[in-house]
Design a protein around this ligand. Structure first.
Ligand code: GDP
Length: 335
C-alpha cells in the first residue's frame, strides 16, 4: 500500500508496533524485523520495505566494520575478542554475516552456537547468522537491510563478517565504512590475498595469532607493509596500517580499535566517509534495479515461452548472441 502523495509505503498497526519495538531496542522485535526483511515472500517484501522506510531516519549513526579472512584465520575468535572489548567500553555491537555458500552447505558462518559464545550471551551484543538467500546478491541485499535495522535499534558498532573466498568481500566492502582483513603470519599468505585482490580492499590489515610466534608475526607485518606500499592507495588521506594481534588472548584489540577510530576521523574530516556512503547507496540502488529488471525479464510470458529455444539456438551457433538478446529483449514490449 502506498500513500499516493508522498509515495511512501504505509505501515499497518502490527508493523508500526514492530518499528516501535526495534526503536525501543526490543531484541524480539529486532529479530522479527530481520526475519521479515530476509523473507522472500512478495507480501513480506512489501511490508519489509515499509518497515525499513520508517526506520531509515534512525540509521546511519554506527560505524560499519567489515571483517574478512580465509577460513581458520581466526575471524570468529577475533570478532568475539573485539566485541567484548568494545562492550567493555560501553558500545553496543551487532554482528552480521555474508556467506553465500551457507545455503549450499546447510550451515553458515555464525550459525554454529559454539562460535562467539561469550559475546552472544551479552545483552549489548546481537549476533545474526548469514541469511541463506541463494545468490550472493540476495544474501548481501538482506544483510545490508539487516544492518539498517540494527542501527535503528541503537547498535553503534556493526560488524559484518565474510568468508575469505569468492566475491563476498567486494559485496561487504560495498556496505561498510572500514574493511578489515585478517591474515595469518605464515609467509606467502599475504600473497594469496593479493592474488584475489582482497588486499586492495583492506583499509586495515590485522596479522592474527601473534602469540604462536611473535617474531614470525613481526616479519609478516613488515612484509605486508612492504606489499601495501606497492599498491595504489584508494584515499589520499589514508594508508592502510598493519596491526598484529592475538585474538585468542584478547591482545591488541585496543591498538586495532585505535586504528579504526583514526580511520574514521581521517575519512570524516576529509568528507570521504559521507562520500563513500553516498556512493554505496547509489550503487545499491542500481544493483536492485538490475536484479529487478532481470526478474521482470525472466517472468515475462513471451520470454518464458521462447527462452529455452533461443538459448539452444545460441549454443548450437544457429543464432548470434546479439540477435538472441535483441529478440528476447524485444518481447518485453509485447503484451
Ligand atoms: P575462522 O574460521 O576464521 O572463523 O577462525 P576461528 O576463529 O574459528 O579460529 C580457527 C582456529 O584458530 C581456532 O582453533 C582458534 O582457537 C584458533 N585461533 C584464533 N585466533 C587465535 C590466536 O590469536 N592465537 C592462536 N594461537 N590461535 C587462534
Amino acid at each position: 500500500m502506498n500513500d499516493t502523495v508522498t509515495g511512501k509505503a504505509l505501515l499497518d498497526d502490527a508493523d508500526r508496533a514492530l518499528v516501535d519495538g526495534v526503536l525501543a531496542r526490543s531484541r524480539r522485535a529486532l529479530a522479527k524485523a530481520i526475519t521479515l526483511v530476509e523473507s522472500t515472500r512478495a507480501d513480506h517484501q512489501v511490508r519489509a520495505q515499509a518497515v525499513l522506510e520508517a526506520l531509515l531516519p534512525h540509521t546511519g549513526r554506527s560505524i560499519r566494520v567489515g571483517i574478512s579472512g580465509a577460513p581458520g584465520a581466526g575471524k570468529s575468535t577475533f570478532i568475539e575478542a573485539l566485541g567484548l572489548h568494545l562492550i567493555g567500553r560501553s558500545h553496543k555491537v551487532a554482528v552480521l554475516a555474508v556467506d553465500p555458500s551457507s545455503s549450499l552447505s546447510g550451515g553458515s558462518i555464525l550459525g554454529d552456537k559454539t562460535r562467539m559464545e561469550r559475546l552472544s550471551r551479552s545483552h549489548d551484543a546481537f549476533i545474526r547468522p548469514s541469511p541463506s538467500g541463494g545468490s550472493l546478491g540476495g544474501v548481501a541485499e538482506k544483510t545490508r537491510e539487516a544492518l539498517l535495522v540494527c542501527e535503528a535499534a541503537g547498535f553503534d558498532v556493526i560488524i559484518v563478517e565474510t568468508v575469505g573466498v569468492g566475491q563476498s568481500e567486494t559485496a561487504v566492502a560495498g556496505m561498510v565504512d572500514v574493511f578489515v582483513l585478517l591474515q595469518l603470519p605464515n609467509a606467502g599468505d599475504e600473497l594469496q590475498g593479493m592474488k584475489k585482490g582482497i588486499v586492495e580492499l583492506a583499509d586495515i590489515v590485522v596479522i592474527n595469532k601473534a602469540d604462536i610466534d611473535p617474531t614470525a608475526a613481526q616479519f609478516a607485518c613488515h612484509q605486508m607493509r612492504n606489499a601495501l606500499s606497492l599498491l595504489r592507495s584508494s584515499s589520499l588521506h589514508w594508508r592502510p596500517p598493519v596491526v598484529t594481534v592475538s585474538a585468542l588472548r584478547h591482545e591488541g584489540m585496543d591498538a586495532l580499535w585505535n586504528e579504526v577510530e583514526r580511520y574514521r576521523k581521517a575519512m570524516a574530516d576529509s568528507g570521504e566517509l559521507e562520500a563513500r556512503r553516498r556512493r554505496q547507496a547509489v550503487d545499491w540502488m542500481w544493483t536492485l534495479i538490475d536484479s529487478g529488471l532481470r526478474l521482470h525479464f525472466r517472468r515475462h510470458p513471451e520470454v518464458r515461452r521462447h527462452l529455452d529455444e533461443i538459448h539452444r539456438a545460441v549454443e548450437r551457433g544457429a543464432m548470434t548472441p546479439a540477435a538472441a538478446a535483441y529478440r528476447l529483449l524485444g518481447y518485453l514490449h509485447e503484451k
